[in-house]
Write a protein that binds this ligand. Structure first.
Ligand code: AMP
Ligand code: ZN
Length: 475
């Protein structure tokens, strides 16, 4: 089966032909590790997780190398480390920076694991590849593609004729768009920083240009080269990285004589309830915020993969509720089954065909939810292959199910509702008007709760299609 992928560089879908089927290589720009990942950051992680699964299926699990970096050279990381130092934390600034990055990398792993994503084969940290960056910058200077000025090293954008080809912009348009910073040490405003000086109190590395730190773009070029070679198959990231980050990566790597990436893939941005996620609008939240609110990671995964990666995606409460309902239904259906061993399991061609068509995850989920619905064992195995119905999720669901089955006494929500229902029942009998009672009963039944009335009172029993989110409106 041929995998077709939309290549941003050529603006069309292309049949994917790896440079070496024995070692298919993919690089994805990872997070800057200054704080918790926000919900938007999870989108590329999920999109490229699905691609990684598809490539492993097609070429063999041992024949795919997926690299996703950590950017741990950053002003915000430095600011936290410096504040801690000033507050009396022991250690050098480098150690405190490392401590902060370790902390946020730990959070990142926990959050992305909760979404059911596989860890990449390598997760290089920029600070561990400074030598490779210095070597690459030195070569660019030697070949006249870069120059040193006032302790800075800059890349001469005008020397690379194809600059702007990826995002379809000309250098002059970019200047007109005023997206470039004019600085006295630049020959041309378009030139971008490969190396810059560091102050005494902030982390820095010795280099031929004095103590300093690398620019962001050279980090990815150097790490990709070191781990994947001069030419590799796929480079991914969010749309916001096309310009300038990816244009700059291409310019540096090509001018250093590297073929670099063949296929460029970009996911569109995530919004929340139709608006750009932003702190000022109050709709900014992290993956952890959702997990702590009780939204299972697999629900986030389901919502994200329901929209094709090249379309803008809107996170809404409605989608969250629908995804949770579908997943709970799958969990109920497959409750008592034992998953097939992942080594023996082969997904059906229909599912693979959907994913091989430029990652049509929407279609893949529909296939699971319709065609496989009548075959719970197939549903369980395919869902797990796609990162759903993990052991954790199944255990958590079983516990909730059993706790709720144990009756109103152990569940505060249900017993509160039972008391409410009983009160309403008595009131209705006095008024001889049962419309409110009927409405509440219908809402309970809709939430998958069985209502048992007796002379002793009311018992509410959660059934297998129980959807706790629907109770919230009743309380
Ligand atoms: P950053 O740490 O900001 O460099 O982002 C890490 C990854 O998340 C990059 O691939 C970004 O393109 C991606 N990203 C950031 N914000 C969003 C968003 N709102 N929607 C989708 N992807 C995003
Ligand atoms: Zn990058």
């Amino acid at each position: 089966m041929t995998i077709t992928l939309y290549n941003t560089a050529t603006r069309r879908k292309e049949g994917f032909e790896p440079l070496d089927p024995e070692n298919v290589r993919m690089y994805v720009c990872g997070p800057t590790v200054y704080d918790r990942a926000h919900l938007g950051n999870a989108r590329p992680v999920l999109v490229f997780d699905v691609l990684y699964r598809l490539l492993r299926h097609t070429y063999g699990a041992d024949h795919v190398t997926y690299v996703r970096n950590f950017t741990d050279v950053d002003d915000k990381i430095n600011a936290t480390a410096l504040a801690r130092k000033e507050a009396g934390a022991p250690g050098t600034i480098e150690e405190l920076v490392r401590e902060r990055s370790d902390e946020t990398i730990g959070w990142y792993h926990a959050d992305m694991d909760a979404l059911g994503t596989l860890r990449p084969n390598a997760e290089p940290r920029a600070t561990e590849y400074i030598d490779q960056m210095v070597a690459m910058i030195s070569q660019l200077i030697a070949d006249d593609f870069a120059y040193e000025n006032d302790s800075h090293v800059l890349f001469r954008v005008r020397k690379y004729a194809e600059y702007g080809a990826l995002s379809g912009r000309s250098v002059d348009d970019m200047i007109a768009g005023a997206r470039v910073e004019v600085a006295p040490y630049k020959e041309d405003p378009m030139d971008f920083v490969l190396w810059k000086p560091s102050t005494d109190e902030l982390p820095g590395w010795d280099s031929p240009w004095g103590r300093g730190r690398p620019g962001w773009h050279i980090e990815c070029s150097a790490m990709a080269h070191d781990l994947l070679g001069a030419e590799f198959d796929i480079h991914g990231g969010g749309n916001d990285l096309q310009f300038p980050h990816h244009e700059n990566e291409i310019a540096q790597s090509r001018c250093a004589g590297h073929g670099f990436a063949k296929v460029w893939m970009h996911n569109e941005m995530l919004q929340v309830e139709g608006k750009k996620m932003s702190k000022s609008l109050g709709n900014f939240f992290t993956v952890r915020d959702l997990l702590e609110k009780g939204v299972p990671g697999e629900v986030i995964r389901f919502v994200m993969l329901s929209t094709h990666y090249r379309k803008p995606m809107d996170w809404t409460e409605k989608k969250r509720a629908e995804a949770e309902k579908t997943l709970r239904k799958w969990l109920d259906l497959t409750f008592a089954l034992t998953p097939s061993s992942s080594d023996d399991f082969k997904p059906r061609p229909t599912l693979i065909a959907a994913l091989a068509d430029d990652l049509n995850t929407h279609k893949a989920l529909q296939y699971l939810n319709s065609s496989l619905y009548a075959d719970p064992q197939a549903l369980l195995d395919h869902a797990r292959w796609l990162g759903f119905l993990s052991d954790n999720m199944r255990e958590e669901h079983a516990e909730t199910y059993m706790r709720l089955q144990a009756g109103g006494g152990t569940n505060a929500q249900l017993s509160a509702l039972a008391a409410q229902f009983d009160g309403l029942r008595k009131e209705s009998m006095l008024k001889k008007d049962f419309s409110a009672l009927d409405a509440m009963k219908a809402a309970l039944v809709d939430a998958g709760v069985e209502v048992r009335m007796s002379s002793d009172g009311v018992d509410l029993i959660a059934g297998s299609s129980f959807d706790p989110s629907k109770l919230e409106a009743l309380l």
